[in-house]
Each structure stands twice: as structure tokens, then as C-alpha cells.
Design a protein around this ligand. Sequence first.
Ligand code: URA
Length: 206
Amino acid sequence: MEKSTIINELEKNIKLCTKCRLCKTAKNPVPGEGYINSKIVFIGEAPGKVEDDTGRPFVGRAGKLLEELLKGINLKREMVWIGNIIKHRPPENRDPLPDEISACEPYLTMQLKAINPILIVTLGRFSLNYFYPEGKITRDRGTLIRVGKYNVYPVYHPAAALRNAQMAETLRKDFMNIPSILEKAENTKYEEADIPIHDGQLGLGL
Ligand code: URA
């Protein structure tokens, strides 16, 4: 099946999804968007208020910062794919619960399988731990990690950077390294990265 067909089918399924309680309180599902042939994808946690209002990922204040950071490495949001682990907004932006994460997990797994990116940039602790449960954001940010067949590059969440100037500085630096990390990932896709290969523990099928 064509990549675009798979992505569109997944989007339809996400829009109809009632597998967890979040669909009852959210206004709109946020399946993810962007260039499905991109070598890089950016994965956040869950939609916030503006995302819930619009059905689009990273369109609030954190999204504006993400766009600015992308511009710094000569990218526009439509040149990459941007998604979240959770497709419906948790009420009051609370942390997603374990059963909500498992209900939503097949969507991102299938989206990533279809897109088959070279580099997954995880935005924030939650996204890092989804792929790499033993990961520590303060320790691992800015390093390339192999998770199954994927290359994961954790950085701070833009929303956290909006609250903390030092984190913003670090996020900026880590973003500026994305082009060289991508190159490294392209050359190490089937070899070793910085941290021993992590097999994935979430049944991600990675
Ligand atoms: N924060 C996220 O993690 N994802 C979004 O889409 C918006 C804000």
C-alpha cells in the first residue's frame, strides 16, 4: 500500500477513535501532520489547548518556538513530520495515563512504520521515555540513541524552554546540531550509536 494511503487511513481511524476516555473530553483529535517523506520527525507528548481547538500539532506558543528553532536549521514545519504520542488532549493538560498511552500506541507505531524516518527527535521527557524508558532527559538530551531500528535524538520540550531561559539555550544548541546528528544517524542506521541499542519495551514493534 502507498505510504500516503496508510497515513490517510490512520488519520481516518484516529478521527473516529474511541479507544480511551480522552475522546469524550477533547474537541478534536490531532493525528499529526507534515511531509511524510521527511527524514526527520518531531514527536511531542499530547495536544494542548490550541492543538485541541484546531486539530493540528504544535500550533500554540510551544509550536511557535518549534517553528523558530526549525528556521534556525533552514527547515519549515511543512518540510518535516510533526506528531504526538497521544492524539487527544488530556483534560487540563494532565499527564496521559498508562491505559491512554497503550490505547494510542498503535497509531504512532504505524505512522512511524509508514514514514520510516531516519531520525526521531523526541520533544521532552515524556516522548523520550516512550521510546526509551530508562532515558533521562537531563542526561540524554543532545545525544543520539538507537532504539530498535530507529535513531532517537532527545531534546527538551519547547514548552519547558518557554518557562526556563537556560533550557531554552540548551534546546537551541541541541537543535543547531540536528543536521550533523541526522548525518550521523544516516551513517549509523544499521550500526552503533552512542548508547547501546535499546530493544524497546513498549511493544512498539520498532
Ligand atoms: N505540546 C505537545 O507535546 N504537543 C503539541 O502538539 C503541543 C504542545
